[in-house]
Design a protein around this ligand. Structure first.
Ligand SMILES: Cc1cc2nc3c(=O)[nH]c(=O)nc-3n(C[C@H](O)[C@H](O)[C@H](O)COP(=O)(O)O)c2cc1C
Length: 149
């Protein structure tokens, strides 16, 4: 799920979503307002997309998600964080870092990706790498989970 004020993070989220589609991997894309927070622990994998606000801060609309990850049983959920920011600010993509640090503790954090403002052609390979690393961790995680059952 993602949030985006001026469209940069939305474009990044669409790019990652399309890479999974190309591999015939089923993904669902939610704007944060549409995401069913109460079902968080039912997902095998979740990728969070966020811009950064204020002084390196998480946007207000993402705070409930942040708190849900802290409170819910999500130890099995493979997570990734993507974000756009502007390195003009002292804390570039601070919201990505904040989610990363929390998800490292509470979930199975796989990978993060920061993009400077708008996606450039040179970011495409980085998006592919992100999707590949995330997918590998998810596959390992799901098969491990099945073995235990
Ligand atoms: C008031 C304001 C504060 C911002 N603060 C930060 C910041 O601390 N760190 C950062 O990396 N980017 C910061 N940005 C830049 C945005 O995160 C960046 O433009 C981002 O690409 C916007 O994403 P969106 O198009 O998905 O809304 C700020 C932008 C505004 C308008």
């Amino acid at each position: 799920m993602y949030t985006s004020k001026t469209g940069h993070t939305e474009e990044l989220a669409h790019c990652i979503r399309d890479l999974f589609y190309e591999k015939k991997i089923e993904v669902r894309l939610f704007q944060i307002e549409q995401f069913p927070l109460q079902d968080l622990s039912a997902f095998d994998g979740v990728i969070i997309g966020t811009y950064t606000w204020g002084d390196g801060e998480i946007p207000g609309e993402m705070l409930a998600l942040y708190q849900a990850f802290e409170a819910a049983d999500v130890k099995h959920v493979v997570t990734g964080v993507i974000g756009t920011g502007d390195s003009f600010y002292p804390h570039f993509c601070g919201a990505v870092d904040a989610f990363r640090d929390m998800l490292y503790v509470h979930s199975r954090l796989a990978v993060t990706l920061k993009v400077e403002v708008a996606l450039q052609a040179t970011d495409f390979a980085r998006c592919q790498k992100f999707a590949g690393v995330f997918w590998n961790k998810l596959e390992n995680s799901v098969s491990h989970h099945l073995e235990l059952i």
